[in-house]
Design a protein around this ligand. Structure first.
Ligand code: AMP
Length: 574
């Protein structure tokens, strides 16, 4: 096990310390293979939670972290966990166990561990209910380094004697509040009883109700405590900045960004992404969609950066796609819009980004594209910045058409007021001999419209993601016997809704309307009674009223979605 050059644990973050910003992953003392993986992924610097958590975990301390999805919490525990694995190992029982509330998160965390731990050759095994147990048994027999499991299935394996936790070095309880809300308290207790006393225990939770506090006191020993977004960010967002957010599924983000830009028609925009890789990908996508986009990230030379900035200032580019590192300290007068392509990893980062507009009394617009599961982080940012971020509906095709008409009308009005139009008189007079003047005007407006807004394209509707308002805040629900159950991705879910798992997703082109159509077409439910819909690569989750769940399941099992029969069942770990 290598544990060289581990710097002393830093104090919890949350403040706005410029000095922290220069901390790199290498400064945190992570081993070479991990640094190489992070560089390949285009991560330029650790997020605040990573800066705070990694040194403590590397030093072997227990950790209690309050952080929601979107803060980079997965890497915050995954990197030190991987760092502490021995260099070579074959066979053997797991050295680390990550417990997650849902199979979906178990898969995500396993994938992240794989990505970061490629160079280490880590063997990661996700185990969750619903997956054939045979495959899990074979993998466990061959030996694994890290198991990522939902509590039910983990306990199942323990009682069968197929999962031996006797050699565990680290246990991570990820989204612990969710696990308690889903009724896994007893399973977690039972699992921890099978682990060595000497283990390192890490608990991450988006909220810290008293039950989590009790759990931490019972199972963690002198933990480092980390909170993201507690302290107010020092620089306040300029009051002249209009702040809004759109909730949009990942797959629809490029279309949503284009739509929002078309409706906003900004002079110049900076779009923030999390990694170099995403910057490059999005720049290419947006250029393909007809925008003049330029990439700006930490991997570029000063000369390349200067060229990009030159193009933006000269107006030959109107979209700058950048990482936080690259955009630090930029002051571009032309900027009117800041777009967060993802919710920033901490409120301070939001404040920094938004600070690129609304300077010196100028007006500005800040737009955030958030995935449904990042909704909680938006709330944290609102709380910390003490400014409202209004959640808006993604403009529809009809909204876009209306906006284009307005632009054309405005351009014509300006021309009528300011241009010398006399040179056009002969054309109108000649055509007027043959056509009605109104007709002539209509034809001229049509031509102008196409020049102003481009030719009419076949626009697609972007699915709206419905967010059910939280009936009670998680913090307010504290004690045992909580009424509502929260969705697996940090959303509030009312007690009378339940998620249904459907075994097809984006891979086969499933869209929300396909699921709504199948359900409303075959059951007595109307579209309005269907709750949040999440479409992942290989499966989808649809919230339906608990009372109708059985009906929905049996009907969907009989019908085809995108031409195929598929697994349909309640989304509970089993
Ligand atoms: P999480 O909060 O763990 O769900 O992570 C949110 C997203 O941020 C994931 O897509 C990660 O791949 C990404 N991410 C995590 N850490 C970093 C980082 N230091 N730089 C860029 N992206 C990151």
């Amino acid at each position: 096990m290598s544990s060289d050059s581990i710097p002393p644990a830093t104090t919890p973050t949350g403040g706005d310390h410029p000095a922290d910003e220069s901390v790199s992953f290498a400064d945190l003392g992570l081993r070479e293979e991990l640094l190489a993986a992070l560089a390949a992924l285009g991560y330029e610097e650790p997020t605040p939670i990573q800066r705070a958590a990694i040194p403590s975990m590397l030093a072997g301390r227990d950790l209690l972290g309050q952080a929601a999805t979107g803060t980079g919490k997965t890497a915050a525990f995954a990197l030190p966990l991987l760092h502490r694995l021995p260099a070579t190992r074959s066979g053997g029982n797991p050295l680390a166990l990550v417990l997650t509330p849902t199979r979906e998160l178990a898969v995500q965390v396993s994938e992240a561990l794989h990505r970061y731990g490629k160079g280490i050759g880590v063997r990661v095994l996700p185990i969750y209910g619903g997956q054939p147990i045979g495959r899990q048994l074979r993998a466990l027999e061959l030996g694994v380094d890290v198991v990522v499991a939902t509590p039910g299935r983990a306990l199942d394996h323990i009682s069968r004697g197929t999962l031996d936790l006797g050699e565990l070095v680290t246990v991570v309880l990820d989204e612990a509040d969710e696990m308690l809300d889903m009724g896994f308290a007893e399973e977690i207790e039972a699992i921890l009883e099978h682990t060595p006393q000497t283990r390192q225990t890490v608990l991450f939770s988006a909220t810290m109700p008293s039950r989590i506090d009790r759990m931490a006191r019972q199972h963690l020993s002198d933990p480092a405590r980390i909170e993201i977004g507690r302290e107010a960010a020092t620089s306040d967002t300029a009051p002249l900045v209009r702040q809004s957010a759109y909730i949009v599924a990942r797959a629809h983000k490029p279309a949503a960004l284009s739509r929002v830009l078309d409706v906003e028609s900004p002079t110049a925009t900076i779009v923030f992404c999390r990694s170099r890789e995403e910057v490059d990908r999005l720049t290419e996508t947006m250029n393909g969609r007809g925008y003049r986009a330029e990439a700006l990230h930490g991997g570029m030379s000063q000369e390349q950066r200067d060229r990009v900035m030159g193009r933006l200032r000269a107006g030959t580019a109107d979209l700058l796609v950048a990482t936080d590192v690259a955009a630090r300290g930029l002051d571009i007068e032309q900027l009117t819009h800041v777009v967060n392509y993802d919710v920033p990893s901490a409120p301070e980062s939001y404040v920094h980004r938004v600070g690129r507009v609304g300077r010196a009394g100028r007006q500005g617009v800040a737009i955030t594209l958030a995935e449904p599961r990042e909704h909680r982080m938006l709330k944290t940012i609102e709380r910390v910045t003490n400014r409202r971020i209004s959640i808006e509906r993604i403009p529809t095709v009809a909204d876009l058409r209306t906006r284009r008409m307005e632009l054309t009308q405005a351009a014509l009005r300006e021309s009528l007021l300011t241009d010398d139009l006399d040179s056009m008189r002969t054309i109108v007079e000649t055509l007027a001999d043959e056509f009605d003047v109104m007709e002539v005007a209509l034809a001229a407006v049509k031509l102008a419209h196409e020049t102003v807004t481009g030719p009419a394209e076949d626009e697609e509707e972007i699915p709206q993601v419905a967010l059910r308002p939280a009936r009670e805040t998680a913090e307010g629900r504290g004690g045992a016997g909580a009424q509502g159950r929260r969705g697996e991705r940090g959303r509030a879910r009312s007690a009378d809704m339940t998620p249904i798992f459907i075994g097809v997703g984006r891979r086969v082109g499933v869209r929300p309307q396909d699921l709504v159509g199948a359900i409303t077409g075959e059951t007595r439910l109307s579209g309005r009674e269907i709750g949040a819909i999440e479409i992942a690569d290989r499966f989808s989750l649809v919230e339906v009223p608990r009372a109708a769940a059985d009906e929905v399941i049996s009907v969907l099992r009989q019908c085809t979605i995108k031409g195929r029969r598929t697994t349909v069942r309640r989304d509970r770990d089993n």
